[in-house]
Design a protein around this ligand. Structure first.
Ligand code: CP
Ligand code: NVA
Length: 307
């Protein structure tokens, strides 16, 4: 049987993604039933960028399924001294049962997946963050109900890897989405992305706007992320200036649906992309969202790594 990977939502059908989230719900509700399901399996975890949630939720998750995780930091592997991805993929495939990688270029993840004979999971690239949005949709279903069709998610701030993955997540779960960013910080490839999203969900309303007040109106979910993603540290001062006015604060939350929830993949910067009163307020679900990383990823590992 051909091995499977989890590196982009676009490799999965809506039905498959729904089944994965149903499985994540089941694993969360009955963790003991799954405690030996990946007994003896090893997940290699390659991190070329920092991480709190991804690293710990994968390591705890594989352990809870009966397996174990091996962590490799940015300078640990010969990869950092020029060994090729091809050789790394082939060698790791001889020792382990799955690889999770967090890195810069999505093309590196694709290459790893192409040459590894074991499943590869994308733990974030500059382009996308598919594991995060699986936890996000799981959280949305828990808080607002499983019938997500027609719900509106508004993403506010810097359009980045999260924005792209959220668009494809919304399309697959029949949600509408508005991206509120200053034009300079909108996704460059938004026209192509829109075409792909509408193929998945032809009735999807997907808008890219600059004005926060109109964009947020009537939203069921308000989502934001850091204004300075990993690798963009040199641009931080400029970004703080350019994105001034896009902080999600209580005034903005009041324009959304009265039962709206606030989400953030974390790490957060209080007083920049989100006001303290919002992230620490009653509409915020950020810690349930962080917890769900582990449940959603247990479902992904179970799906990919089971014999
Ligand atoms: N949300 C997320 O991926 O967090 P980490 O960078 O801490 O893994
Ligand atoms: N956009 C952020 C997400 C962190 C989880 C980054 O890439 O740094």
């Amino acid at each position: 049987m051909k091995k499977k990977d989890f590196i982009s939502l676009l490799d999965y059908t809506s039905e498959e993604l729904h089944s994965l989230i149903d499985l994540a719900d089941q694993i969360k509700a009955n963790p003991k039933e799954y405690s030996n399901s990946l007994s003896g399996k090893i997940l290699g975890m390659i991190f070329q960028k920092n991480s709190t949630r991804t690293r710990i939720s994968f390591q705890a998750g594989i352990y809870q399924l009966g397996g174990t995780g091996f962590f490799f930091g940015a300078n640990d592997l010969q990869l950092s001294r020029g060994e090729t991805i091809y050789d790394t993929a082939n060698v790791l495939s001889r020792y382990m049962d799955g690889i999770m990688i967090r890195t810069f270029a999505y093309s590196d993840v694709q290459e790893l997946a192409k040459h590894a004979t074991i499943p590869v999971i994308n733990g974030l690239t500059d382009y996308n963050h598919p594991c995060q949005v699986m936890a996000d949709i799981m959280t949305i279903r828990e808080k607002l109900g499983k019938n997500t069709k027609g719900m509106k998610l508004t993403y506010v701030g810097d359009s980045n890897n999260m924005t792209l993955s959220l668009i494809y997540m919304c399309a697959n779960f029949k949600m509408n989405m508005t991206v509120v960013s200053p034009m300079k910080y909108q996704l460059k490839e938004r026209e192509d992305v829109k075409k792909i999203a509408l193929k998945i969900y032809p009735d999807m309303k997907l808008d890219f706007v600059e004005d926060a007040a109109s964009g947020v109106k009537g939203s069921n979910v308000i989502y934001t992320d850091t204004w300075t993603s990993m690798g963009q540290e040199k641009e931080r001062e400029q970004r703080l200036k350019d994105l001034n006015g896009y902080m999600v604060d209580s005034k903005m939350m009041k324009l959304a649906d009265k039962n709206a929830i606030f989400m953030h993949c974390l790490p957060a910067h209080r007083g920049e992309e989100v006001a303290t009163e919002v992230i620490d307020g009653h509409q915020s679900v950020v810690f349930d969202e962080a917890e769900n990383r582990m449940h959603a990823q247990k479902a992904i590992m179970y799906h990919l790594m089971r014999d």
